[in-house]
Design a protein around this ligand. Structure first.
Ligand code: GDD
Ligand code: MN
Length: 378
Protein backbone atom coordinates (compact mmCIF):
# COMPACT_ATOMS: atom_id res chain seq x y z
CA UNK A 1 0.00 0.00 0.00
CA UNK A 2 1.17 3.50 -0.73
CA UNK A 3 1.55 5.38 2.56
CA UNK A 4 2.82 8.60 1.07
CA UNK A 5 0.47 11.17 2.70
CA UNK A 6 0.01 12.97 -0.60
CA UNK A 7 -1.56 9.89 -2.10
CA UNK A 8 -3.53 8.39 0.72
CA UNK A 9 -6.71 10.29 -0.20
CA UNK A 10 -6.95 8.47 -3.52
CA UNK A 11 -8.34 4.97 -3.54
CA UNK A 12 -5.69 2.66 -5.04
CA UNK A 13 -7.87 1.54 -7.95
CA UNK A 14 -8.01 5.15 -9.20
CA UNK A 15 -4.26 5.25 -9.69
CA UNK A 16 -2.35 4.28 -12.81
CA UNK A 17 -5.34 3.05 -14.74
CA UNK A 18 -4.31 2.98 -18.40
CA UNK A 19 -1.38 0.60 -18.87
CA UNK A 20 -2.31 -0.78 -22.26
CA UNK A 21 0.38 -1.23 -24.86
CA UNK A 22 -2.11 -1.30 -27.70
CA UNK A 23 -5.32 0.66 -28.11
CA UNK A 24 -7.74 -0.55 -30.75
CA UNK A 25 -9.95 2.28 -31.98
CA UNK A 26 -13.22 1.17 -33.53
CA UNK A 27 -15.54 3.69 -35.19
CA UNK A 28 -19.15 2.54 -35.06
CA UNK A 29 -22.37 3.65 -36.60
CA UNK A 30 -25.23 1.18 -36.39
CA UNK A 31 -23.17 -1.96 -35.79
CA UNK A 32 -25.32 -3.57 -33.11
CA UNK A 33 -24.80 -7.15 -34.18
CA UNK A 34 -21.06 -6.80 -34.77
CA UNK A 35 -19.49 -5.25 -31.69
CA UNK A 36 -19.71 -8.17 -29.32
CA UNK A 37 -18.40 -10.54 -31.97
CA UNK A 38 -15.53 -8.17 -32.62
CA UNK A 39 -14.55 -7.97 -28.94
CA UNK A 40 -14.53 -11.76 -28.81
CA UNK A 41 -12.29 -11.98 -31.85
CA UNK A 42 -9.95 -9.29 -30.55
CA UNK A 43 -9.67 -11.13 -27.25
CA UNK A 44 -8.53 -14.26 -29.07
CA UNK A 45 -6.19 -12.48 -31.48
CA UNK A 46 -4.53 -10.31 -28.83
CA UNK A 47 -4.05 -12.92 -26.13
CA UNK A 48 -0.89 -12.12 -24.16
CA UNK A 49 -0.87 -8.45 -25.19
CA UNK A 50 -2.22 -5.75 -22.88
CA UNK A 51 -4.77 -3.93 -24.99
CA UNK A 52 -7.87 -1.84 -24.75
CA UNK A 53 -10.69 -1.08 -27.16
CA UNK A 54 -12.11 2.39 -27.70
CA UNK A 55 -15.41 2.44 -29.55
CA UNK A 56 -16.31 5.81 -31.00
CA UNK A 57 -20.01 5.86 -31.71
CA UNK A 58 -21.87 8.68 -33.47
CA UNK A 59 -25.13 8.15 -31.65
CA UNK A 60 -26.21 4.99 -33.49
CA UNK A 61 -29.96 4.53 -33.46
CA UNK A 62 -30.02 0.75 -33.77
CA UNK A 63 -29.09 -0.02 -30.17
CA UNK A 64 -25.33 -0.28 -30.68
CA UNK A 65 -24.84 2.02 -27.69
CA UNK A 66 -26.56 -0.41 -25.31
CA UNK A 67 -24.49 -3.26 -26.65
CA UNK A 68 -21.39 -1.16 -26.06
CA UNK A 69 -22.47 -0.17 -22.56
CA UNK A 70 -22.92 -3.77 -21.63
CA UNK A 71 -19.48 -4.62 -23.04
CA UNK A 72 -17.95 -1.76 -21.05
CA UNK A 73 -19.47 -3.09 -17.85
CA UNK A 74 -18.30 -6.58 -18.64
CA UNK A 75 -14.70 -5.80 -19.60
CA UNK A 76 -12.43 -3.24 -17.96
CA UNK A 77 -10.47 -2.79 -21.18
CA UNK A 78 -13.44 -1.63 -23.27
CA UNK A 79 -14.42 2.02 -23.41
CA UNK A 80 -16.92 4.05 -25.36
CA UNK A 81 -16.79 7.59 -26.67
CA UNK A 82 -20.32 8.61 -27.48
CA UNK A 83 -20.64 11.62 -29.81
CA UNK A 84 -23.94 13.38 -30.28
CA UNK A 85 -24.87 15.53 -33.26
CA UNK A 86 -21.71 14.54 -35.11
CA UNK A 87 -20.92 12.26 -38.01
CA UNK A 88 -17.68 11.37 -39.67
CA UNK A 89 -15.37 8.41 -39.79
CA UNK A 90 -12.14 10.43 -39.75
CA UNK A 91 -13.04 12.66 -36.86
CA UNK A 92 -14.32 9.65 -34.91
CA UNK A 93 -11.00 7.86 -35.37
CA UNK A 94 -9.00 10.96 -34.44
CA UNK A 95 -10.94 11.54 -31.25
CA UNK A 96 -10.67 7.88 -30.34
CA UNK A 97 -6.90 8.03 -30.72
CA UNK A 98 -6.73 11.23 -28.70
CA UNK A 99 -8.65 9.58 -25.88
CA UNK A 100 -6.00 6.95 -25.21
CA UNK A 101 -2.41 7.09 -23.98
CA UNK A 102 -1.33 3.72 -25.35
CA UNK A 103 1.98 3.92 -27.26
CA UNK A 104 0.56 1.92 -30.18
CA UNK A 105 -2.84 2.46 -31.75
CA UNK A 106 -4.73 0.32 -34.23
CA UNK A 107 -7.80 1.34 -36.20
CA UNK A 108 -10.22 -1.33 -37.33
CA UNK A 109 -13.77 -1.38 -38.68
CA UNK A 110 -16.46 -2.83 -36.44
CA UNK A 111 -18.05 -4.95 -39.15
CA UNK A 112 -15.52 -7.82 -39.10
CA UNK A 113 -14.39 -7.12 -42.67
CA UNK A 114 -10.84 -6.50 -41.46
CA UNK A 115 -8.77 -9.48 -40.41
CA UNK A 116 -7.96 -8.93 -36.73
CA UNK A 117 -5.61 -11.93 -36.64
CA UNK A 118 -2.82 -9.91 -38.24
CA UNK A 119 -2.83 -7.36 -35.40
CA UNK A 120 -0.01 -9.08 -33.43
CA UNK A 121 2.16 -9.09 -36.58
CA UNK A 122 1.41 -5.44 -37.11
CA UNK A 123 2.36 -4.67 -33.53
CA UNK A 124 5.63 -6.55 -33.86
CA UNK A 125 6.64 -4.49 -36.89
CA UNK A 126 6.18 -1.36 -34.81
CA UNK A 127 7.79 -2.57 -31.58
CA UNK A 128 10.80 -3.80 -33.62
CA UNK A 129 10.88 -0.30 -35.09
CA UNK A 130 10.68 -1.58 -38.64
CA UNK A 131 8.09 1.11 -39.48
CA UNK A 132 6.04 3.96 -38.02
CA UNK A 133 2.79 2.87 -39.64
CA UNK A 134 1.66 -0.62 -40.63
CA UNK A 135 -1.17 -0.85 -43.11
CA UNK A 136 -3.42 -3.82 -43.68
CA UNK A 137 -3.46 -4.08 -47.46
CA UNK A 138 -5.92 -5.79 -49.75
CA UNK A 139 -3.64 -5.31 -52.74
CA UNK A 140 -0.29 -6.46 -51.42
CA UNK A 141 0.73 -10.01 -52.35
CA UNK A 142 -1.44 -12.39 -50.35
CA UNK A 143 -4.22 -9.84 -49.81
CA UNK A 144 -7.58 -9.70 -51.49
CA UNK A 145 -11.10 -8.43 -51.71
CA UNK A 146 -13.58 -11.22 -51.24
CA UNK A 147 -16.41 -10.63 -53.68
CA UNK A 148 -16.15 -7.16 -55.04
CA UNK A 149 -17.92 -6.17 -58.19
CA UNK A 150 -15.94 -4.67 -61.05
CA UNK A 151 -17.26 -1.19 -60.42
CA UNK A 152 -16.12 -1.02 -56.82
CA UNK A 153 -12.75 -2.54 -57.74
CA UNK A 154 -12.33 0.00 -60.52
CA UNK A 155 -13.24 2.90 -58.26
CA UNK A 156 -10.87 1.71 -55.58
CA UNK A 157 -8.01 1.36 -58.08
CA UNK A 158 -8.65 4.81 -59.50
CA UNK A 159 -8.67 6.38 -56.03
CA UNK A 160 -5.43 4.55 -55.25
CA UNK A 161 -3.74 6.03 -58.29
CA UNK A 162 -4.95 9.52 -57.39
CA UNK A 163 -3.53 9.13 -53.91
CA UNK A 164 -0.16 8.27 -55.39
CA UNK A 165 -0.09 11.46 -57.36
CA UNK A 166 -1.30 13.76 -54.63
CA UNK A 167 0.21 12.36 -51.48
CA UNK A 168 3.18 10.68 -53.09
CA UNK A 169 2.89 7.70 -50.77
CA UNK A 170 4.12 4.38 -52.13
CA UNK A 171 1.20 2.34 -50.95
CA UNK A 172 -0.73 -0.45 -52.59
CA UNK A 173 -3.83 0.31 -50.52
CA UNK A 174 -3.89 3.93 -49.32
CA UNK A 175 -7.67 3.76 -48.84
CA UNK A 176 -7.32 1.16 -46.15
CA UNK A 177 -9.28 1.75 -42.98
CA UNK A 178 -7.21 -0.90 -41.21
CA UNK A 179 -3.84 0.16 -39.83
CA UNK A 180 -1.69 0.57 -36.75
CA UNK A 181 0.70 3.36 -35.86
CA UNK A 182 2.95 4.72 -33.19
CA UNK A 183 1.42 7.31 -30.96
CA UNK A 184 4.35 9.67 -31.72
CA UNK A 185 3.64 9.44 -35.44
CA UNK A 186 0.06 10.45 -34.85
CA UNK A 187 1.06 13.28 -32.53
CA UNK A 188 3.42 14.72 -35.12
CA UNK A 189 0.53 14.96 -37.60
CA UNK A 190 -2.49 15.62 -35.42
CA UNK A 191 -2.57 19.40 -35.68
CA UNK A 192 -2.42 19.36 -39.49
CA UNK A 193 -5.20 16.85 -40.10
CA UNK A 194 -8.12 17.71 -42.36
CA UNK A 195 -10.35 15.39 -40.33
CA UNK A 196 -12.96 15.40 -43.08
CA UNK A 197 -14.36 12.46 -44.94
CA UNK A 198 -13.23 8.94 -44.22
CA UNK A 199 -9.69 8.62 -45.56
CA UNK A 200 -8.02 8.96 -42.23
CA UNK A 201 -4.88 7.00 -43.14
CA UNK A 202 -4.13 9.21 -46.13
CA UNK A 203 -4.87 12.24 -44.03
CA UNK A 204 -2.33 11.19 -41.40
CA UNK A 205 0.34 10.40 -44.00
CA UNK A 206 -0.24 13.64 -45.89
CA UNK A 207 -0.23 15.64 -42.66
CA UNK A 208 3.04 14.24 -41.30
CA UNK A 209 5.89 16.75 -41.19
CA UNK A 210 8.37 14.07 -42.30
CA UNK A 211 7.34 11.06 -44.42
CA UNK A 212 6.57 8.22 -42.01
CA UNK A 213 8.09 4.79 -42.65
CA UNK A 214 5.27 2.57 -43.84
CA UNK A 215 4.97 -1.19 -44.13
CA UNK A 216 2.11 -3.18 -45.51
CA UNK A 217 0.78 -6.51 -44.37
CA UNK A 218 -1.62 -8.37 -46.63
CA UNK A 219 -5.08 -9.45 -45.51
CA UNK A 220 -8.27 -10.52 -47.20
CA UNK A 221 -11.16 -8.08 -46.93
CA UNK A 222 -14.11 -10.11 -45.64
CA UNK A 223 -17.82 -9.93 -46.30
CA UNK A 224 -19.97 -7.75 -44.10
CA UNK A 225 -22.32 -10.06 -42.23
CA UNK A 226 -24.52 -7.72 -40.20
CA UNK A 227 -25.71 -4.20 -40.86
CA UNK A 228 -24.84 -2.23 -43.96
CA UNK A 229 -22.06 -0.07 -45.39
CA UNK A 230 -22.27 3.64 -44.63
CA UNK A 231 -20.05 4.66 -47.50
CA UNK A 232 -22.27 5.69 -50.39
CA UNK A 233 -21.33 7.22 -53.72
CA UNK A 234 -20.91 10.68 -52.23
CA UNK A 235 -17.80 9.50 -50.39
CA UNK A 236 -16.03 9.83 -53.73
CA UNK A 237 -16.76 13.51 -53.42
CA UNK A 238 -15.41 13.63 -49.88
CA UNK A 239 -12.30 11.94 -51.14
CA UNK A 240 -11.88 14.64 -53.77
CA UNK A 241 -12.33 17.20 -51.02
CA UNK A 242 -9.56 15.64 -48.95
CA UNK A 243 -7.18 15.61 -51.91
CA UNK A 244 -8.06 19.24 -52.71
CA UNK A 245 -7.52 20.22 -49.11
CA UNK A 246 -4.09 18.61 -49.15
CA UNK A 247 -3.12 20.48 -52.33
CA UNK A 248 -4.83 23.86 -52.76
CA UNK A 249 -6.21 23.88 -49.20
CA UNK A 250 -3.22 25.86 -47.98
CA UNK A 251 -4.42 28.86 -49.98
CA UNK A 252 -8.18 28.53 -50.37
CA UNK A 253 -10.61 26.70 -48.10
CA UNK A 254 -11.99 23.71 -49.98
CA UNK A 255 -15.50 24.52 -48.87
CA UNK A 256 -15.22 27.88 -50.58
CA UNK A 257 -14.07 26.23 -53.81
CA UNK A 258 -17.11 23.93 -53.65
CA UNK A 259 -19.44 26.80 -52.84
CA UNK A 260 -18.13 28.83 -55.78
CA UNK A 261 -18.40 25.82 -58.11
CA UNK A 262 -22.01 25.29 -57.06
CA UNK A 263 -22.59 28.98 -57.74
CA UNK A 264 -21.19 28.48 -61.23
CA UNK A 265 -23.67 25.67 -61.86
CA UNK A 266 -26.36 28.02 -60.57
CA UNK A 267 -25.54 30.44 -63.39
CA UNK A 268 -26.15 27.65 -65.90
CA UNK A 269 -29.49 26.81 -64.27
CA UNK A 270 -30.39 30.49 -64.34
CA UNK A 271 -29.67 30.78 -68.05
CA UNK A 272 -31.54 27.59 -68.90
CA UNK A 273 -34.65 28.68 -67.01
CA UNK A 274 -34.48 32.16 -68.52
CA UNK A 275 -34.25 30.79 -72.06
CA UNK A 276 -37.22 28.48 -71.43
CA UNK A 277 -39.28 31.29 -69.98
CA UNK A 278 -38.49 33.67 -72.85
CA UNK A 279 -39.18 30.98 -75.40
CA UNK A 280 -42.61 30.40 -73.88
CA UNK A 281 -43.40 34.08 -74.26
CA UNK A 282 -42.74 35.44 -70.75
CA UNK A 283 -41.67 39.05 -70.29
CA UNK A 284 -37.97 39.49 -69.51
CA UNK A 285 -38.66 40.82 -66.01
CA UNK A 286 -40.76 37.78 -65.15
CA UNK A 287 -38.29 35.39 -66.73
CA UNK A 288 -35.35 36.92 -64.89
CA UNK A 289 -37.21 36.78 -61.57
CA UNK A 290 -38.22 33.15 -61.96
CA UNK A 291 -34.71 32.21 -63.11
CA UNK A 292 -33.16 33.93 -60.09
CA UNK A 293 -35.44 32.16 -57.65
CA UNK A 294 -34.80 28.83 -59.40
CA UNK A 295 -31.02 29.31 -59.36
CA UNK A 296 -30.89 30.29 -55.69
CA UNK A 297 -33.12 27.36 -54.71
CA UNK A 298 -30.97 25.01 -56.78
CA UNK A 299 -27.83 26.37 -55.15
CA UNK A 300 -29.27 25.95 -51.69
CA UNK A 301 -30.12 22.29 -52.20
CA UNK A 302 -26.86 21.44 -53.92
CA UNK A 303 -24.82 23.14 -51.21
CA UNK A 304 -26.88 21.39 -48.58
CA UNK A 305 -26.13 18.06 -50.22
CA UNK A 306 -22.47 18.56 -51.15
CA UNK A 307 -20.71 21.57 -49.66
CA UNK A 308 -22.32 21.17 -46.26
CA UNK A 309 -22.88 17.45 -46.39
CA UNK A 310 -21.48 17.15 -42.87
CA UNK A 311 -23.92 19.73 -41.50
CA UNK A 312 -26.83 18.85 -43.78
CA UNK A 313 -30.18 20.34 -42.83
CA UNK A 314 -32.84 17.65 -42.71
CA UNK A 315 -36.56 17.66 -42.15
CA UNK A 316 -39.13 20.08 -43.51
CA UNK A 317 -38.81 22.88 -40.97
CA UNK A 318 -34.99 23.11 -40.83
CA UNK A 319 -34.85 22.98 -44.62
CA UNK A 320 -37.44 25.75 -45.05
CA UNK A 321 -35.73 27.97 -42.49
CA UNK A 322 -32.37 27.26 -44.13
CA UNK A 323 -33.76 28.10 -47.56
CA UNK A 324 -35.22 31.39 -46.31
CA UNK A 325 -31.96 32.42 -44.64
CA UNK A 326 -30.11 31.46 -47.82
CA UNK A 327 -32.40 33.71 -49.84
CA UNK A 328 -31.96 36.58 -47.37
CA UNK A 329 -28.16 36.30 -47.46
CA UNK A 330 -28.09 36.07 -51.25
CA UNK A 331 -30.31 39.14 -51.55
CA UNK A 332 -27.85 41.15 -49.46
CA UNK A 333 -25.02 39.63 -51.47
CA UNK A 334 -26.65 40.87 -54.67
CA UNK A 335 -26.97 44.37 -53.22
CA UNK A 336 -23.28 44.36 -52.22
CA UNK A 337 -22.34 42.96 -55.62
CA UNK A 338 -24.17 45.67 -57.57
CA UNK A 339 -23.03 48.40 -55.17
CA UNK A 340 -19.32 47.58 -55.37
CA UNK A 341 -19.42 47.04 -59.13
CA UNK A 342 -21.13 50.38 -59.55
CA UNK A 343 -18.61 52.27 -57.42
CA UNK A 344 -15.73 50.78 -59.38
CA UNK A 345 -17.38 51.44 -62.71
CA UNK A 346 -17.92 55.09 -61.78
CA UNK A 347 -14.22 55.32 -60.92
CA UNK A 348 -13.46 54.44 -64.54
CA UNK A 349 -12.59 50.77 -64.14
CA UNK A 350 -13.60 48.71 -67.15
CA UNK A 351 -17.11 47.24 -67.08
CA UNK A 352 -15.92 43.63 -66.86
CA UNK A 353 -13.40 44.26 -64.07
CA UNK A 354 -16.09 46.08 -62.10
CA UNK A 355 -18.49 43.20 -62.68
CA UNK A 356 -15.96 40.56 -61.59
CA UNK A 357 -15.07 42.50 -58.45
CA UNK A 358 -18.78 42.80 -57.61
CA UNK A 359 -19.30 39.08 -58.16
CA UNK A 360 -16.28 38.19 -56.00
CA UNK A 361 -17.51 40.33 -53.13
CA UNK A 362 -20.98 38.81 -53.51
CA UNK A 363 -19.68 35.24 -53.49
CA UNK A 364 -17.42 35.79 -50.51
CA UNK A 365 -20.26 37.43 -48.60
CA UNK A 366 -22.71 34.66 -49.50
CA UNK A 367 -20.21 32.02 -48.45
CA UNK A 368 -19.27 33.66 -45.16
CA UNK A 369 -22.80 34.60 -44.17
CA UNK A 370 -24.49 31.32 -45.11
CA UNK A 371 -21.79 29.37 -43.27
CA UNK A 372 -22.99 31.17 -40.14
CA UNK A 373 -26.70 31.76 -40.70
CA UNK A 374 -27.74 28.84 -42.89
CA UNK A 375 -25.35 26.06 -41.91
CA UNK A 376 -23.98 27.40 -38.65
CA UNK A 377 -23.86 24.86 -35.86
CA UNK A 378 -26.65 25.22 -33.38
N1 GDD B 1 -18.32 6.85 -35.55
C1 GDD B 1 -18.59 6.68 -36.86
N2 GDD B 1 -19.12 7.73 -37.56
N3 GDD B 1 -18.34 5.51 -37.46
C2 GDD B 1 -18.63 5.38 -38.78
C3 GDD B 1 -19.19 6.41 -39.55
C4 GDD B 1 -19.44 7.66 -38.89
O1 GDD B 1 -19.92 8.62 -39.47
N4 GDD B 1 -19.36 5.95 -40.82
C5 GDD B 1 -18.92 4.68 -40.83
N5 GDD B 1 -18.51 4.31 -39.59
C6 GDD B 1 -17.93 3.03 -39.16
C7 GDD B 1 -18.77 1.82 -39.49
O2 GDD B 1 -19.67 1.52 -38.45
C8 GDD B 1 -17.71 0.75 -39.64
O3 GDD B 1 -17.30 0.24 -38.41
C9 GDD B 1 -16.54 1.51 -40.24
O4 GDD B 1 -16.73 2.86 -39.89
C10 GDD B 1 -16.43 1.36 -41.77
O5 GDD B 1 -17.67 1.73 -42.35
P1 GDD B 1 -18.33 0.85 -43.50
O6 GDD B 1 -19.61 1.50 -43.82
O7 GDD B 1 -18.33 -0.59 -43.14
O8 GDD B 1 -17.29 1.11 -44.68
P2 GDD B 1 -16.94 0.17 -45.93
O9 GDD B 1 -16.80 -1.24 -45.51
O10 GDD B 1 -17.87 0.48 -47.02
O11 GDD B 1 -15.49 0.77 -46.29
C11 GDD B 1 -14.33 0.23 -45.74
O12 GDD B 1 -13.47 -0.07 -46.74
C12 GDD B 1 -12.93 1.05 -47.40
C13 GDD B 1 -12.01 0.60 -48.46
O13 GDD B 1 -12.70 0.44 -49.63
C14 GDD B 1 -13.70 1.17 -44.71
O14 GDD B 1 -12.67 0.47 -44.04
C15 GDD B 1 -13.05 2.37 -45.36
O15 GDD B 1 -12.30 3.09 -44.38
C16 GDD B 1 -12.15 1.89 -46.44
O16 GDD B 1 -11.59 3.00 -47.10
MN1 MN C 1 -17.37 -2.22 -43.92
Amino acid sequence: MNLDPQHTTLPTHAMGSDQSVLAVVVPTFNERDNVELLIGKLGVALRGISWEAVFVDDDSYDGTIYELHSLCRQYTNVRILHRIGRRGLSSAVIEGILSTTAPYVAVIDADLQHDETILPDMLRVLTDDRADIVVGSRYADGGGTADWDQRRLGMSRFATRLAHIVVGAELSDPMSGFFMLKRATFEAAMRNLSAQGYKILLDIIASSPAPPRIRELPYVFGERRHGESKLDTLVALEYGQLLLDKTVGRWVPVRFVMFAAVGGLGVIVHMAVLVLMLASGAAFFVGQTVATVAAITFNFFLNNMLTYRDRRLRGLIPVVIGLLSFFAVCALGAVANVGIANVLFERDYSWWLSAIAGIMVGVVWNFAATSVFTWGRR
